[in-house]
Design a protein around this ligand. Structure first.
Ligand code: ZN
Length: 272
């Protein structure tokens, strides 16, 4: 009987910083007791029937940001347009991304993994917003992607990428976060999100990067999407597309599902 109440407390404190309407849960809890008391005889058991286990949870919003896009390569002018990237800098709107040596493009990988993560989170009752709706378009620019996360009031924003180091022995994933933080969300919430994602990837058996960051984490001050985020935000580089072992994992549905499951698990751990 204590556990549901504790869950409610946690949810309320989460929604307090997430901006979601907290009164949804309080009003529904207030409306449940009268039905139970009126249907039962006037005994002393009424207090025990007021447990809040059936109370609907307010939906948490997660923004998934699949890196790049399918038509970026054929729209150089749009993609190279300079946009604000935070810390007073300008950067190209977006980039084409990398590819495996066999030609499997990063934008296809990030799109496919993001769809799989979306489905896994949606199955847990999470509302997922994607920064792009397919893998055939241009952009959106990094500042627009950040704006989508900010306007949604997301509890977490996760960008999904894969790297393209020409050092083919370099491998492993890393999770980047904005550092030094430019606002409160980029501080403890973002580093905690980076930690839960890193832990979930390690638990799933993925090696941490041999060539970027340390212990699978990489503080960055040059990533526009992270710099401009006002929500807890991280960017996952799943591995090196030029590394033969990781390229093989990226190129098949089984491998992509494994990455998606680990990312979803890390997000759920953060939201718990
Ligand atoms: Zn990328």
């Amino acid at each position: 009987m204590r556990r549901p109440l504790l869950t409610v407390m946690v949810l309320l404190s989460l929604t307090g910083c997430g901006g979601a309407p907290a009164e949804v849960s309080t009003s529904s809890s207030a409306s449940t007791p009268p039905t139970t008391t009126s249907s039962s005889a006037p005994t002393t058991t009424t207090t025990t029937t007021t447990t809040t286990t059936t109370k609907p949870r307010p939906k948490q919003v997660v923004v998934l940001d699949p890196g790049h896009n399918g038509a970026n390569a054929t729209h150089a002018a749009e993609i190279n347009r300079q946009v604000p990237a935070g810390r007073g800098r300008m950067k190209p709107c977006n980039t084409t991304g990398t590819a495996t040596n066999a030609g499997y493009p990063e934008h296809s990988f990030t799109w496919d993994v993001a769809v799989r993560v979306r489905d896994l989170l949606a199955a847990q009752g999470i509302q997922v917003i994607m920064t792009r709706q397919d893998d055939n378009g241009v952009g959106p620019c990094v500042d627009q992607r950040a704006a989508i996360g900010n306007q949604s009031g997301a509890a977490a924003v996760v960008s999904i990428h894969a790297d393209g180091s020409t050092n083919t022995s370099a491998h492993g994933f890393h999770v980047a976060y904005s550092s030094p933080p430019l606002n409160e969300a980029q501080g403890e919430p973002s580093t905690r999100l980076a930690g839960t994602l890193r832990d979930a990837m390690v638990s799933a058996g993925f090696p941490t990067s041999t060539y970027v960051g340390s212990n699978g984490l990489s503080p960055r001050d040059d990533l526009g999407g992270l710099n401009l985020s006002e929500r807890p935000a991280v960017l996952v580089e799943c591995g090196n597309m030029r590394n033969a072992t990781e390229a093989a994992a990226f190129s098949g549905p089984t491998g992509r599902q494994s990455y998606a499951a680990a990312i979803a698990s890390g997000i759920l751990a953060y939201l718990a």
